[in-house]
Design a protein. Sequence first.
Length: 495
Amino acid sequence: MKRLLAVLLCAVLCWAAVLPAFAEEADVPGEEASFFISFYNVLTEEYWVENQPMSFSGDVRLYDTLELLKESELIADYYSYENEPLWISFFQEEGDPVRVESNSKGMFAVRRNGVISTLEQPVREGDIVEWLFCPPEMLQSSSQPEEPVPSGGPSDYWSESAAQALTGGGDWLEQHITECRFYIVAMGSIGRTANAEKVNSFLQEIKQSGGEEELLILAENVIRLSFCGYDGANAELSSLLMKLMQAPGLEESGARGGSYLLYAYDCRRYSVPNSAVNSRDQVISFLLSLQNGDGGFGSQKGMESDPESTALVLTALSGYSSRTEVAEALETGVEYLASAQLEEGGFAAKGEEEPSAEILARVLTALSSLGRDIGGERFTRQGKSLLDQLLLCQNMDGGFSVRLETPSSASVTEQAVIALSSVKRNRNPYHISSSTKNSIPSSGHTMKEPLQGQAEVHPAVIAAGAAALAAAIGGAAWGIRWGIRKKRSHKSDLS
């Protein structure tokens, strides 16, 4: 019996040893938490309250932050009816406070971590709360893409050899992580878990950069961060989106920059205000302006058409086919790609004659995003489909090379894997979810993990706890079994 008690005591101590780690990760009820709060007048483009740290304990709703603002003397007073603010009085540098009333020209709204939210939603540790006084139409004037054109069903041309190629490409990327820029997107597109070290390295890169990059880099980082599992509720991603919407240089970024900008907006169907410098309509109009008389798209305005730029733009515009001008551009763009295909079946970069597997992969992605027939006569050359041509560029090591008998390349393999995922699912591979709808982002300052403010326990802690519990249970079971045997042995001795 003493040994049994010792085993149970050991089990309790083992579990207690890992318990503090759980407490460190989780929010303790009643403990004081902090968040940032602002109050922005959209009509006059001025802050009444700008990025002030606030603390609270217990349960606090977004509506309750008005009282916190008043208690902190950041606003003079407010009046509401049924939890809807009707007027708020703000301090001025000189003179009496000024009262701002909700009316037909302006109304009060609040967003938490970039998402327009109801006033009953809770405030959590690290949140970015931004009150707005804005025109009513602002809340309805954000654009979103249509649902993806293809249904997302399996492609008629998907085969066992294609599945093996996809697996091999993913394995190769895992072994060459340091060479890859779009590794996270490629892994996400095929539903594989990305290397944790690579993801953490990227997150640190985002935090240290502060988002001060050119438009194309901003767009790529929004895509990569979205594929990490973050959305508009994350402060860092919200900040990047805001900068991307207002970033200069759309025309200078050309077909690649404009296309990746739409990929960034549409990967989680983020809402973009029509008033943004880079609104969806503005980007779509710019991309359409790159189209030439032959149906193809150039890398810049006035530049001759090339297959890569055309494929990039067609993929970006695939979610807007209900617009008449876009539908016409998509059709003529596909016709151009058919005419630009080489006799042996591939596509060459502008000014070159040799086929490029990377461009072929982008063309496959574009056609699959549009739900077009990738195996019909239109794109079949010498008895081989586009998919057949891409598979020929895979090396024995699983990676893909830019052309036959050349070493595997990280950028080519990334695009090949993304293209194969697009063919497999018959949809745009940059569309993470067709149902995620986030609203106008606000600025953010910290990489808040996990999303939505839930407490997250590190996997290592879970593993340690599980191991301790398993050991405890096993030890207890052994102790009980030992005790029973001892008792039986004792009885035998007596008899």
